[in-house]
Write a new protein. Structure first.
Length: 153
């Protein structure tokens, strides 16, 4: 059964799972996708502004443990959730170093606009991180939609 899942995964090219806005990070995001387990739908769950952060974390983790796997990579509560699996947890130092890489990426995400990658800060809800420009854009969009709601009423 496991073999079949793996065959399915290979019959669909991993390239199909690269986000359309990958740009220069195409190859590195493909590497991340290829670390995701067979049988799961591989998914880059963060926005383009954070691609450099996950690519950088992946490169550092790869340098420490070449065949590490990613179990889930998403955005949650205004930061990156980067869950990984190591072939072995015998080496405490290695595990600590790997966790530190992810924590660092999470800290950087809290200061990085998820839309453009410039310096940013969490919004009031704490669920989004935007630079000044993108905060304004979002606020304006919210106002517009409120106006629309009022007009509808
Ligand atoms: Zn921005």
């Amino acid at each position: 059964m496991r073999v079949r899942v793996q065959e399915n995964r290979h019959s669909r090219s991993d390239v199909e799972f690269i986000p359309d806005d990958a740009g220069d990070y195409r190859d590195q995001l493909l590497d991340i996708i290829q670390r995701m387990s067979s049988g799961y739908w591989p998914h880059i769950g963060v926005s383009v502004g954070w691609y450099p952060l996950i690519v950088n974390a992946n490169e550092q983790l790869d340098a420490l443990c070449h065949n590490y796997k990613i179990t889930s990579l998403t955005k949650s509560n205004g930061t990156i959730q980067y869950f990984f699996r190591l072939p072995s947890y015998d080496d405490d130092e290695l595990v600590k170093k790997c966790i530190a890489i992810v924590v660092k990426a999470q800290e950087l995400a809290r200061k990085t606009c998820e839309v453009c990658g410039e310096m940013g800060s969490p919004d009031k809800s704490g669920r989004f991180v935007f630079c000044e420009t993108h905060t304004k854009k979002v606020v304006r969009r919210k106002r517009t939609s409120n106006d629309e709601v009022q007009r509808d009423n």
